[in-house]
Design a protein around this ligand. Structure first.
Ligand code: ADP
Ligand code: MG
Length: 313
């Protein structure tokens, strides 16, 4: 059963000349991969930073495990909220294992335990500890540094991991790899992830639940499938026009790349049709296509994974 972990109740943030959030209501289930998506200026960062109290609401309350955020000791609260920044900001003068363990050090973990934890996390993200633990940040690629930025936020086992556009500065190949990585980490670690992005493809690939924001208001909350099939309004419909972003590949390319599952259902689309036509058809539900090896059923997720791979080409 899903238990609600975080709840925004009528949260408003008023700056001198503009209102960043207007009576926001939002519930985030425990252990969810929850994505906040919307264009620049829609209030995503403001919402995220309220969770570790880097920003305080002007009005309204935020609950975390049924207790108001403002009733927590700030230091205790932040220990439960790992935070991954867009610009990775590793300390340039500390080696990788010391970067990862910096919060553990401030908590007084003994050196042996800190190093063990750092090495365990490096191995978990496929960075060989023997090679990477004692390197300096400048000796890592951007994608590798961002892996370290992510595991640094996990080092002391927070309940929640907050990520603000962590991949937007990366090239498409690294971005795809890191998306796959955070999906795997989320499965393995069973923490709650709250992830901010302005990229709707990224939101659809990652989110179990997605909140679409615009100008300080939530437009819709739901699964990716819900949002694509039943957009709440024209803004959401326009934002999630998968076919606008799609490339001119044919459906047969997608099937050749191994997407879809075998089915005995009758075909509903021609394999020679374009992925744009596929995107339009998927709005109505799964699509079945004939292939030399039999019929295959395609879902929205198949299309998104295919497109992510294509962007990485
Ligand atoms: P997003 O992360 O979706 O791009 P933000 O949460 O950063 O949006 O900002 C939401 C709105 O609040 C924007 O209009 C932004 O200009 C405004 N804003 C953010 N921070 C401040 C600030 N410190 N002072 C005044 N306005 C701000
Ligand atoms: Mg932002």
């Amino acid at each position: 059963m899903e238990v609600d972990m975080i709840e925004f109740r009528n949260v408003t943030k008023q700056y001198a000349h503009n209102q960043a959030l207007d009576r926001l209501n939002l519930t985030i289930p425990s252990r969810d991969f929850f994505v906040l998506v919307g264009p620049s200026g829609s209030g995503k960062t403001t919402t995220l930073k309220m969770l570790n109290r880097l920003i305080e609401p002007t009005d309204g309350d935020i609950y975390f495990d049924d207790r108001r955020l403002i009733d927590y000791d700030l230091k205790q609260l932040r220990l439960q909220m790992g935070y991954v920044l867009q610009n990775i900001a590793l300390f340039p003068n500390l080696n990788i294992q010391d970067n990862i363990a910096i919060q553990a050090e401030s908590l007084g973990w003994p050196r042996k335990r800190r190093i063990e934890r750092a090495r365990e996390l490096l191995a978990q993200v496929d960075l060989d500890p023997d090679q990477y633990a004692t390197r300096m940040p400048s000796e890592l690629s951007g994608g590798e540094q961002q892996r370290v930025g992510i595991i640094r936020a996990l080092a002391i086992k927070p309940k929640v991991v907050l990520m603000d556009e962590p991949f937007s500065a990366l090239d498409p190949i690294s971005r795809k790899q890191l998306q796959d990585l955070v999906l795997r980490l989320h499965q393995e670690l069973k923490m709650t992830f709250v992830f901010v992005t302005h990229d709707m493809h990224e939101a659809l690939r990652l989110g179990q639940h997605i909140a679409v924001m615009r100008l300080g208001h939530i437009q819709q909350v739901g699964t990716g499938e819900d949002i694509i099939r039943h957009p709440a309004n024209d803004f959401v419909r326009g934002f999630f026009q998968v076919e606008n972003a799609a490339r001119p590949d044919a459906i047969s390319d997608l099937v050749l790349a191994g997407y879809g599952t075998a089915t005995t259902a009758t075909t509903s689309i021609d394999a020679a049709a374009t992925v744009n036509e596929l995107a339009a058809a998927l709005r109505q539900g799964p699509v079945v296509v004939a292939t030399p090896d039999g019929n295959r059923q395609l879902q929205i997720k198949d299309l998104l994974d295919f497109l992510a791979t294509k962007e990485a080409d």
